[in-house]
Write a protein that binds this ligand. Structure first.
Ligand code: CXA
Ligand code: CA
Ligand code: ZN
Ligand code: CA
Ligand code: CA
Length: 538
């Protein structure tokens, strides 16, 4: 080829690439903007730019990542704010999320405002510095970016609520993300099964990619069996409300909530409301919702999870979702102290009910969910029935109560064989030993006591080869027996007994609690249970 031909070829290729690049530009969605009168609000690209700018300006405090993509492929961005931000430190975690509902744009402004407070305030505000240094704060700025942008394609708005996932075969679009969570999904007339409805719950729990992303992120914060996120606020508009679970029932303290947690929810909610002037109440006091996020966050993970309905108080007209952009600054600043309060309380959500010593130590297991227990950790268990189980026990009785249907908290406990009599058998421990071991717990120095409630019950055919035992296991595997009850030839009914053991020998160490029960040397009727296992603050 001559030089001229080569040059012509190169030019032709360049031209082709140019065309391709232009086509690609045209394929990328042209993102809608807020109307000029509301230009202080952020659309999706402006929001992303602001988050990235914060990361660039404060790389030691802010780390931005995506937890997944929306149905139309937009990233769902999270900023982690903390000292040593790129390290996962053992600090209480807080999750604040915004914009489940497309038209609730003020919530994204609230999330961006929080990011601003935590970053710009770090150098000058000692409270902000203390919180950023001692917590890990995750901010989700827009869980529903497709709906957010679609809402801006109206004239000027569409008052859109749901995501933008088509409901195949119906000609309708959108799932209400706040009805798409798995906890008691669709249980209670608090959502709709009609795809066209504003509160359509989706085809199944987590059918929306956006709720899947949130689910997977929250699940990823379970480390060594323990959920790291202690406190959560999901931002909505409007009504100026602080709402706690549950949404799916009007009952204040149903079986799937403990009295202690309810008391903490009410105390925390009231204290938040004191700071932002909102009205505190149970979510279902407003109306029943099912499949909503806070029910799942608490029900599944026992996270202290709140819905905040932001400015304004009125929530009758569509225009109430679109306060003029002059209102943003005051509306979001109004929540400054309530947000910092919530972040502060992640260290001990039970402190407002004066339970810090008992309930905010390195371990508090009420057995209402499984916090990472391993049955038969050595692979040497010999019991053939009545193995340790976590759940809601059935009462059994023979010559008095042998397995209790009650617990010392909530509906669940750690019990040898949850079920009652099955066939001719009592579902008690049979054939040998059953053991179960907790997730590791890092003890501070100084450390408080180990406390728990338990029972060990048997009939008069028991012997000292039957037993209930609790050990503390050090990191090198050495076990120290800290509680033992042996069987004897008397009828011993089940009744909860409180126990207290010093943990001083293990201060500063990583330990596990091991619990065992045995039916040895001939078949005896043996039952055991444990509830409310704590290692207290000193
Ligand atoms: C909500 C849930 C339960 C009771 C009150 C409020 C949150 C939310 C919803 O319905 O999902 N309310 S909102 N933002 O008006 O849609
Ligand atoms: Ca951490
Ligand atoms: Zn909402
Ligand atoms: Ca319990
Ligand atoms: Ca037995």
């Amino acid at each position: 080829m001559r030089k001229r031909q080569i040059a012509a070829l190169i030019l032709a290729l360049l031209f082709l690439f140019g065309l391709l690049a232009e086509a690609a530009d045209a394929a990328a969605p042209a993102e809608a903007n807020f109307p000029p009168k509301d230009s202080r609000y952020h659309n999706y690209p402006e929001m992303v730019a602001e988050i990235m700018a914060a990361q660039a300006a404060y790389p030691d405090l802010v780390s931005v990542f995506s937890i997944g993509k929306s149905y139309l492929g937009r990233d769902i961005w999270v900023a982690k704010v903390s000292d040593h931000v790129t390290t996962d430190e053992a600090e209480p975690e807080v999750l604040i999320d915004a914009l489940h509902h497309a038209r609730e744009h003020l919530t994204t402004e609230q999330a961006l405002y929080l990011l601003k407070v935590l970053t710009t305030g770090y150098a000058t505000d000692s409270l902000v510095k203390r919180l950023v240094d001692s917590r890990e704060i995750f901010i989700v700025f827009a869980l529903n970016p497709d709906g957010m942008q679609y809402d801006l394609t109206g004239s000027p708005y569409r008052a859109w609520r749901k995501n933008r996932q088509p409901n195949v075969g119906t000609g309708t679009v959108g799932t209400d993300l706040n009805r798409n969570y798995a906890y008691d999904w669709g249980c209670c007339r608090g959502s709709s099964g009609s795809p066209g409805s504003l509160t359509y719950r989706g085809r199944r729990p987590f059918s929306a990619p956006e709720t899947q992303a949130l689910r997977d992120f929250v699940q990823s914060r379970v480390i060594d069996g323990r959920q790291q996120i202690v406190m959560h606020i999901t931002l909505h508009t409007n009504g100026e409300l602080v709402l706690w679970p549950y949404g799916h029932t009007k009952t204040d303290i149903p079986a799937d909530m403990t009295r202690t947690d309810h008391a903490a929810f009410v105390a925390l909610g009231k204290r938040m409301a004191q700071r932002n002037g909102y009205k505190p109440e149970q979510s279902s006091d407003l109306y029943i919702t099912d499949g909503d996020q806070i029910d799942w966050m608490y029900g599944r993970y026992r996270i202290f999870s709140f819905t905040w309905e932001l400015y304004p108080t009125e929530h009758h007209r569509t225009s109430d979702f679109y306060p003029a952009d002059e209102r943003i600054a005051a509306a979001v600043a109004n929540n400054r102290s309530a947000l910092l309060y919530a972040i502060d309380k992640a260290d001990c959500p039970y402190s407002p009910i004066y339970q810090a010593k008992a309930d905010c130590g390195p371990l508090y297991d009420d057995f209402e969910i499984d916090r990472g227990w391993t049955r038969d950790p050595d692979g040497t268990d010999t019991a053939t029935d009545g193995l340790w189980q976590i759940g809601d026990p059935t009462a059994t009785s023979i010559l008095g109560p042998k397995q209790l249907g009650t617990t010392t908290s909530g509906r669940a406990a750690l019990v040898t064989g949850l079920a009652g009599v099955k066939g001719t058998d009592a579902n008690d421990v049979d054939g040998g030993t059953t053991t179960i071991r907790s997730a590791p717990v890092l003890l501070p120095d100084p450390v408080g006591d180990l406390t728990f409630s338990y029972y060990f019950s048997h009939r008069s055919n028991a012997t000292s080869a039957d037993w209930f035992r609790v050990w503390v296991e050090a990191q090198d595997g050495t076990r120290t027996l800290v509680r033992e009850e042996l069987g004897k030839a008397t009828d011993d009914d089940a009744r909860w007994i409180p126990v207290r053991v010093s943990m001083k020998p293990w201060a500063g160490q990583k330990v596990r609690i091991v619990i065992g029960a045995a039916d040895g040397a001939g078949d005896s009727r043996i039952e055991a249970a444990v509830d409310d296992l704590r290692i207290e603050r000193p």
